[in-house]
Ligand binder design. Structure first.
Ligand SMILES: NC(=O)c1ccc[n+]([C@@H]2O[C@H](COP(=O)([O-])OP(=O)(O)OC[C@H]3O[C@@H](n4cnc5c(N)ncnc54)[C@H](O)[C@@H]3O)[C@@H](O)[C@H]2O)c1
Ligand SMILES: [Zn+2]
Length: 360
């Protein structure tokens, strides 16, 4: 078990990673009451073990349905009402036990309930363990607009036990790994080279290896958010692969791809784009595309309309005055943040990757 430390204006917090990490919840003592926010299936599978580790026995969880639909103001209201009904006060603690959905919703409720109570993230998906549980960004969706309303509010602690990943479906597991690949590209040859070695044989049940993977990938996020809490320049780099990724998700109505799968396409597309823009050499481009593909199969891009994707790109939240802010890989461990990319190169990258003409 290892500990990372996030620096934050609110004083910083520990990220505990490893088998047995949930036991660190025992330290959270000075509260009038403790509540766990989670999903029914997840609680059925892991609740007993989680409660035992954190000495929360007898805790009746606050439940929300699985899925992105729970990240809404309606569900935030229902959770707050239930907390009130069950006697939560300003000195209560909320533990978000789930993936990014429960984490974002739990953080949002905690940061606003009675003007803010403490909360802990206990992430249960790869994406949540290496990314969303750290940094204190909380949000709910409004209609089709993802994360429109949210807060920045650091958790008191993050506890990630990789054993919980064993119950993920193979597809969801792979989807999270694409985000880890992203962290590898951002981090440098050390993590990237290690991923090249282990990814092909990686299983959701290999807790010892996952413990190292989550630790190394989480450290990338910790380093970025510790340096830049409010997402000025630096946090942009975490959007590598996400500009195309978000557009693809939206163009397909959030139905064809899991988030990480859209990011996988986004990473391939931005790699080709970086080559076309002359900032990335093809040999490195090949390494990146090989690692993305080594994670496993992704639903294809067939039938996704290029014009629609290109149009959605300019509506990205990071676009300024219709100019897309691109995060281009320059080499392993270095990206370039620029809006100076010709539209023709963007269109060509999409056409080549979609048609399979370019595959690294
Ligand atoms: N706050 C941030 O900085 C940040 C960063 C990235 C993403 N996000 C948000 O995270 C969300 C996506 O997170 P996610 O990918 O974890 O999705 P998720 O929370 O919906 O989890 C994915 C699926 O896995 C299930 N699940 C969770 N843990 C499981 C386990 N251990 N075993 C089996 N099934 C399990 C869930 O029920 C769900 O069906 C999005 O809403 C996104 O906006 C937030
Ligand atoms: Zn992502």
């Amino acid at each position: 078990m290892r500990k990372l430390r996030v620096k934050s204006s609110a004083g910083g917090y520990d990220v505990i990673v490893g088998r047995g990490a949930w036991q660190a919840l025992r330290r959270m003592k000075a509260y009038s009451s403790t509540f766990v926010l989670t999903e029914p299936g997840l609680w059925d599978r892991w609740g007993a073990r989680f409660s035992r580790a954190g000495v929360l026995i007898g805790t009746r969880p606050v439940l929300v349905p699985a899925g992105e639909g729970s990240k809404s103001l309606v569900w935030a209201g229902k959770v707050a009402s239930e907390l009130l009904e069950r006697g939560a006060d300003r000195r209560s603690l909320l533990i978000a036990f789930g993936g990014g959905v429960v984490g974002d919703l739990g953080g949002f409720v905690a940061s606003t309930y009675m003007r803010g109570i403490d909360y802990v993230q206990a992430p249960t998906t790869i994406l949540a363990q290496v990314d969303s549980s750290m940094g204190g960004k909380t949000a709910v969706n409004i209609g089709a607009m993802k994360n429109l309303v949210g807060t920045i509010c650091a958790p008191r602690m993050v506890v990630s036990d990789p054993r919980v990943l064993a119950s993920m479906t193979p597809r969801a597991f792979r989807s999270g790994l694409y985000e880890v690949v992203k962290h590898g590209i951002l981090s440098g040859p050390g993590l990237f080279g290690w991923l090249e070695k282990i990814v092909p044989g990686l299983r959701a049940t290999n807790a010892a290896l996952l413990e190292r993977l989550v630790l190394r990938a989480a450290r990338v996020k910790v380093d970025v958010v510790s340096r830049d809490e409010r997402e000025a320049a630096l946090r942009h780099v975490l959007n590598l692969g996400h500009t195309f990724g978000h557009a693809i998700e939206e163009a397909t109505g959030y139905r064809r791809f899991l988030h990480g799968e859209a990011v996988a396409w986004g990473l391939l597309l931005v790699t080709r784009l970086a080559e076309l823009a002359g900032v990335l050499d093809p040999a490195t481009g090949k390494r990146i595309s090989r690692l993305v593909r080594a994670v496993g199969p992704v639903p294809g891009l067939a039938g996704v309309r290029a014009e629609r994707v290109l149009e959605l790109l300019t509506r990205d939240k990071k676009a300024i005055g219709g100019k897309v802010l691109w995060i281009l890989p320059e080499r392993i461990g270095k990206v370039r943040v620029t809006s100076d990319v010709p539209a023709e190169a963007v269109a060509r990258a999409f056409q080549e990757v979609q048609s399979g003409e370019w595959n690294g």
